[in-house]
Design a protein around this ligand. Structure first.
Ligand code: COA
Ligand code: AMP
Length: 635
């Protein structure tokens, strides 16, 4: 079937389409139907019973794939490589789940996972899934305060953590961050299980902390606990417009069905193939396409603990693709830009045998045509930009390579996938003509695998996603669709920025800056950066009578953001200004400042209070070297 036929088949009979897709999943009790008109935006496969760990692990052992490698851990940063077969994985996960159950973890309990890219992180996720416990993975680059916020929102019974992560040139001690987070949080988990790593073993708190290996040793293996199709598999926090992250809920049934469908039809992956997503378990890519997706279809997944450059060089990705015979590879444009900067001629690519490698997928930020062209030319494979979000859990718009490879248009992630009905709306919610820029919205209901609500925050879910355009889900992105049905995603419509493929909230950073005693008012904007796509830039107005030199305040706020949000925010640049440009009603004109910083043409908003402020801001930014300074991603 062609893409057009497949999309038309879904449009004609969405129920039949998704019930058919559900047959790729093992059910303890098959669902009686696909869509349930319940909850704030509908639910999928709600009366079916299944277990995500069974689908991702045990069923492959039962069907004779026990000796196949399930997980390859390739860690150039620690100089190790390891392999775990499906049979080993089943035993390890069943043992860990048994130990968790013996400590009181049951279906519905929350468990926070705070780990680097080690296979135990996937084992922890799967062990929770085995019991029907709801995991919430927190990215290692977040600081203690961010972890504390998530602990208070998810109220976990347990935390599973590693003693440290390893970044180029430094060891990141996770355990002190965890201790600080638990001190700060009002909610206290019953116990913590710590994976001690040789690079930085951590002191343990007696009565609370348990050693991972001792904990698991001798535990009675646990069987898979069937859960309802609408039982939450996990909660994953993502940036919104404020410092309080949104807890995206993923229901088990739709999650499994959508991942199995997309592994085949988007990523062209079948059982026995090797699939690699070079992301982190702390992001949605890690949940969907490092852990659950590849494993659910019986493929081999790679847990890569390293960077595109510097571990040790710009050949790291090509070495992994060659050595592990990767078929489809998923990365972020920023990583390809980093490689290109080190190896512009792509010489290191030529040193590797990439014969098995069929397709490169890019997501996480807009893929600039220049980077796509470079990758196409140097790699000689299709380079597929595709667009999706933490909220959707799987691609909304992609070239459906597993169905058919459509012509690639640089700058567009291609076409809308079955399940999604995407519209471009004007401010009043009316559809616009092809080629016209507007808000990208998806007509409800969203397909299986997407978020049914936010954890503990149904009102916020309604307000953030459903209220602006009634009958639609608001993506927060702006773009247009051309006459051939190709979508172009151009910008965010909110205060979310995208730094090296990481989604960050400028509002959260502003909250930190405002807490500095000398700061009267501030704004954080995302300015263009050649490597990371965007970088945050802080503009500070100081309180009258502040004695501290500007440079000192800037240094202090940079330290505060690193300390409270984490190094991943990459907040390294701020400047002091006399005034911020505002509308007459007092709204800070962030979008106009972004245009000035990026050297783009802009119109002075009619509602501006004092146009002279824009001239002042432009002068300060020019002095700082904007538009686009060195573009080295270091601010
Ligand atoms: N634990 C602790 N710290 C982490 C971390 C983790 N898991 N991940 C990143 N950090 C730290 C980094 O060490 C860095 O700290 P520094 O300020 O002391 O240098 C900071 O967070 C920013 O990290 P990063 O965004 O990775 O920038 P970088 O300059 O180290 O590397 C790239 C630049 C382009 C190589 C890198 O951003 C990259 O590989 N990006 C790909 C992102 C990706 O795959 N995203 C997935 C979305 S699909
Ligand atoms: P996250 O939830 O972290 O995956 O971030 C999702 C956001 O990243 C989207 O809403 C977009 O703003 C941006 N994004 C992701 N993929 C793309 C893409 N292929 N093109 C443009 N923007 C993208």
């Amino acid at each position: 079937m062609s893409y057009r036929d497949t999309y038309a088949a879904w449009q004609a009979d969405p129920e039949g389409f998704w019930m058919d897709a559900a047959r790729r999943i093992d059910w303890d009790r098959p669902p009686s139907r696909a869509f349930f008109d319940q909850g704030p935006a509908g639910e999928w496969f709600a009366d079916g019973m299944l277990n995500a760990c069974w689908n991702a692990v045990d069923r492959h052992v039962e069907s004779g794939r026990g000796d196949q490698v399930a997980i390859i851990h390739d860690s150039p940063i620690t100089g190790t490589t390891g392999r775990i077969t499906y049979a080993d994985l089943r035993d390890r996960v069943a043992g860990l789940a048994g130990a968790l159950r013996a400590q009181g973890i049951e279906k519905g309990d929350r468990v926070i996972i705070y780990m680097p890219m080690v296979p135990e992180a996937l084992e922890a996720m799967l062990a929770c899934a085995r019991l029907g416990a709801i995991h919430s993975v927190v990215f290692g680059g977040f600081a203690a305060h961010e972890l504390a916020v998530r602990i208070d929102d998810a109220t976990p019974k347990a935390v599973l953590a590693a003693s440290c992560g390893v970044e180029p040139g430094r060891t990141v001690s996770y355990k002190p961050l965890l201790d600080r987070a638990i001190d700060e949080a009002a909610h206290k988990p019953d116990f913590c299980v710590i994976l001690q790593r040789d690079q930085d073993p951590a002191p343990m708190i007696p009565g609370r902390d348990l050693d991972w290996h001792d904990f698991r040793h001798g535990a009675e293996p646990a069987d898979c606990v069937p859960v309802e199709g609408n039982h939450p598999a996990y909660v994953l926090y993502t940036s919104g417009t404020t410092g309080q992250p949104k807890g995206v809920v993923r229901h088990t049934g739709g999650h499994m069905v959508a991942l199995a469908w997309s592994m085949k039809h988007v990523y062209d992956i079948d059982a026995g193939d090797v699939f690699w997503a070079a992301s982190d378990v702390g992001w949605v890519v890690g949940h969907s396409y490092i852990c659950y997706g590849p494993l659910t279809v019986g493929a081999t997944t790679i847990v890569f603990e390293g960077k595109p450059v510097g571990t040790p060089d710009a050949a790291a990705y090509w070495r992994v693709i060659q050595n592990h015979r990767v078929k489809s590879f998923f990365s972020a444009p920023t990583a390809i830009r980093a490689i290109r900067r080190e190896d512009p001629e792509g010489k290191l690519i030529g040193d590797h045998d990439l014969g098995r490698f069929k397709t490169l997928y890019l997501a996480g930020e807009r893929a600039d045509p220049d980077t796509i062209r470079w990758a196409e030319e140097k790699l000689g494979v299709p380079v597929i930009d595709h667009w999706w979000q933490t909220e959707t859990g799987w691609p909304i718009v992609s070239n459906p390579v597993g169905i058919e490879l459509l012509p690639v248009k640089h700058g567009s992630p291609s076409v809308v996938l079955p399940g999604y009905d995407v519209w471009i709306l004007d401010e009043a919610g009316h559809p616009v003509a092809p080629g016209t820029l507007g808000a990208v919205a998806i007509k409800l209901p969203l397909p299986p695998g997407t978020l049914p609500t936010l954890w503990n925050a149904e009102d916020r879910f309604n307000k953030a996603y459903l209220s602006h355009f009634p009958g639609y889900y608001e993506t927060g992105d702006a773009g247009y669709i051309d006459a051939d049905g190709y979508l172009y995603v151009m910008a965010r419509t909110d205060d979310v920025i995208n730094v090296a493929g990481h989604r960050l909230s400028t509002g959260a950073m502003e909250e930190v800056l405002s807490a500095h005693p000398a700061v009267a008012e501030c704004a954080v904007i995302g300015v263009a950066d050649r490597l990371k796509g965007q970088l945050p830039l802080g503009l500070l107005c100081l309180k009258k009578g502040t004695n501290a030199p500007d440079a000192q305040v800037v240094r202090e706020v940079v330290g505060m953001v690193r300390d409270r949000i984490g190094p991943v925010a990459a907040f390294k640049t701020a400047c002091v200004v006399d005034r911020l440009p505002k509308t007459r009603s007092g709204k800070i004109l962030r979008a106009t400042m972004v245009k000035i910083a990026d050297g783009e043409a802009f119109k002075t908003p009619a509602t501006i209070d004092d146009p002279a402020v824009l001239t002042e801001i432009a002068a300060v930014l020019r002095m700082m070297g904007y538009p686009q300074r060195a573009g080295d991603g270091k601010g």
